[in-house]
Design a protein around this ligand. Structure first.
Ligand SMILES: Nc1ncnc2c1ncn2[C@@H]1O[C@H](COP(=O)(O)OP(=O)(O)OP(=O)(O)O)[C@@H](O)[C@H]1O
Ligand SMILES: [Mg+2]
Length: 368
């Protein structure tokens, strides 16, 4: 997959910008607060369907504008494509691919695929489970179109269930039947999400292990597995019907406790990736350096899996990470990215022969 260009109007401090990209390594450089991350934010909107910096669209539209418009031109293995997005402070966003409006997010995500790596991801290992679930969700959305629909269905039902647990807590006896009906509706979506995430983690495991071995010389052993609230049997987690049945039971057998707690205590929203280093939970025992090596391994593996599933490497968007990595890890990461297209932002990266294209940004404008 190759990104040819991006047009941005009224996004944060960028008034009107057109940027062209080449194969290989593209560097966006400039001082702090000039708009470098905003360019990556614009591009990644097309991969994830929303901003990686905010959930509120009105926040990224320039202060003095009512609307923002972004477009990208990219090539996949079949053809050149053009996608655009129109955001407004007062209306719903409008999304287009090759001039045709797209109404469903699930049809928008998965066309242009990218892997994003920001300084925040360097603590992916130490952070709470929500960050690792987000890692799985963002990766899966781009390579498995049905995943988004399942998550949407599940989240809608979960919201209803939680509202019921809050509202009807005192009258629990009467609501047993209602909870049983919701359990039957939620279980297929919960099972689909669990099976897809668990399979993704199985694909991650070998790759993360290999990359981590190469970085550490093989002296430390890493393992990654999906941690589900219904079972820790990896084989069983690939059987949708078995997992569905486990969820039906899980969603009904703890209702008294959930009514007391006024929230749902089980489901994919509680799951995690269990990462162990030499048999110990990495979240508690990893050093800073080990966390960084692991984050790099996860991001490289994410691109490999996307390539295996779609036949093309995604575009890599790296936001100012080289300053956060030591020389050895940074060179390893860059060498592994090889010929993939990379767009990297930096305040201080030196120009080198490896960089194919340098874009300098000042006050939201390309100056060279
Ligand atoms: N809605 C908005 N309207 C106008 N300007 C905004 C808006 N949101 C953020 N900004 C400003 O946009 C500028 C660019 O931010 P951005 O994060 O892209 O900078 P950067 O070049 O990546 O900087 P750094 O090197 O510090 O990471 C900042 O000055 C920020 O305050
Ligand atoms: Mg930045």
């Amino acid at each position: 997959m190759k990104l040819d260009g991006c047009g941005i109007r009224n996004l944060r401090n960028i008034r009107d910008m057109n940027v062209r990209f080449t194969d290989g390594l593209n560097l966006i450089r400039g001082n702090n607060a000039q708009g470098k991350t905003t360019v990556l934010e614009a591009i990644y909107l097309f991969a994830r369907g929303r901003s990686f910096r905010t959930n509120k669209e009105a926040e990224f539209i320039s202060f003095d504008s009512q609307t923002a418009d972004i477009e990208i031109e990219y090539e996949d293995s079949v053809r050149k494509n053009r996608m655009s997005a129109h955001y407004s402070k007062s209306e719903n966003r409008k999304l287009f691919k090759n001039g045709v409006q797209i109404n469903r997010t699930s049809e928008f995500i998965g066309n242009f695929r990218a892997v994003l790596f920001t300084p925040d991801h360097l603590s992916l290992i130490k952070n709470a489970g929500a960050d690792r679930r987000l890692f799985l969700d963002v990766a899966l959305c781009q390579i498995t179109p049905s995943y988004i629909a399942r998550v949407k269905t599940y989240n809608n039902l979960l919201t209803q269930r939680n509202a019921l647990l809050k509202e009807r807590g005192a009258e629990d006896g009467q609501y047993q039947l209602l909870f049983e009906t919701i359990a039957e509706q939620m279980a297929p979506a919960a099972a689909a999400i669990t099976v897809m995430r668990s399979e993704y983690c199985r694909m991650l495991d070998g790759r993360v292990r290999d990359y981590f071995d190469q970085m550490t010389g093989g002296s430390e052993k890493i393992s990654t597995a999906y941690e589900s609230c219904v079972s820790d049997d990896r084989e069983l987690l690939s059987d949708s019907e078995a997992v569905r049945q486990l969820y039906v039971r899980k969603f009904t057998e703890n209702i008294q406790r959930e009514i007391f707690m006024k929230t749902s205590l089980y489901g994919p929203q509680k799951d995690d990736i269990n990462i162990e280093l030499n048999g110990y939970p990495s979240r508690r025992y990893c050093s800073q350096g080990q966390q960084r090596s692991l984050a790099i391994a996860l991001k490289l593996a994410e691109g490999d899996i996307s390539n295996e599933r779609t036949g093309e490497y995604p575009v890599y968007l790296l936001d100012d990470i080289s300053g956060e990595l030591d020389q050895r890890r940074n060179s390893f990461f860059m060498s592994q990215l090889g010929q993939r297209q990379i767009i990297v932002t930096s305040c201080n990266m030196k120009n080198s022969k490896k960089i194919n294209n340098v874009i300098t940004i000042k006050n939201g404008e390309v100056v060279s």
